[in-house]
Design a protein around this ligand. Structure first.
Ligand code: GAR
Length: 203
């Protein structure tokens, strides 16, 4: 399965996707695409000799064209898109071309603690302030809204004794790094089925 990973920041999930034994057997990262001209994730991509692309360009009216991303997906013959800390909404033309093949990782147990503006440390601060005793990671199919779309996989982490949002972030990130590559490997092995808007990963 040829994978494109969309990123905006440091790229620790991208690294986990590379480092999983499934990379090179079940899936391979063929493109790393960012809304930033440069970011930590690009450095990781270059260390694996993966081509990097800037996904979008500003039009005169201030909106963004994702034509460069669409061209990169075509050029690299991408099968599946994995959003890994990508902070923009994926536009309808890419969601349409990759129906049920655009995945996202979110650092909380959706449908709680998601939506516009809920990313990175903001999520962990909200979880900490809520007094929740568990958090976790969610892999879901992306749609036109932030953090919506059928849930594919989740893993919990005990945060009852976590004394800061930073500690929650550390524990959740560990879970993300395991769950995302494992889920992508199972997708590559054709273990995902979708019916009536529900996604099921076969055991
Ligand atoms: C990850 O924790 C990811 O779940 C989160 O951003 C971080 C990116 O880290 N994504 C969101 O909050 C999206 N709503 P990384 O660049 O080190 O993979």
């Amino acid at each position: 399965m040829k994978l494109a990973v969309f990123v905006s920041g440091r790229g620790s999930n991208l690294r986990a996707i590379y480092e999983h034994p499934a990379h090179g057997s079940s899936y391979r990262v063929e493109a790393v695409i960012s809304d930033k001209a440069e970011c930590g994730a690009f450095e990781i991509a270059r260390s694996y000799s993966t081509p990097t692309y800037v996904c979008c360009e500003k039009r005169e009216d201030g909106t963004r064209s994702f034509a460069p991303a669409s061209a990169a997906l075509k050029e690299r013959e991408i099968d599946v898109v994995a959003l890994a800390g990508f902070l923009k909404l994926v536009p309808p033309e890419i969601l349409g071309a990759y129906r049920d093949r655009v995945f996202n990782v979110h650092p909380a147990l959706l449908p709680s603690f998601g939506g516009a503006g809920m990313y990175g440390m903001r999520v962990h601060r909200a979880v900490f302030e809520s007094g929740a005793k568990i958090s976790g990671a969610t892999i879901h199919l992306a749609d036109e809204e932030y953090d919506r779309g059928p849930i594919v996989a989740q893993a919990c982490v005990d945060i009852a004794d976590a004394d800061s949002p930073e500690e929650i972030a550390r524990r959740v990130l560990e879970v993300e790094h395991r769950l995302y590559p494992e889920t992508l490997a199972r997708v590559a092995e054709n273990n995902l089925s979708i019916s009536d808007g529900r996604a099921t990963l076969k055991p």
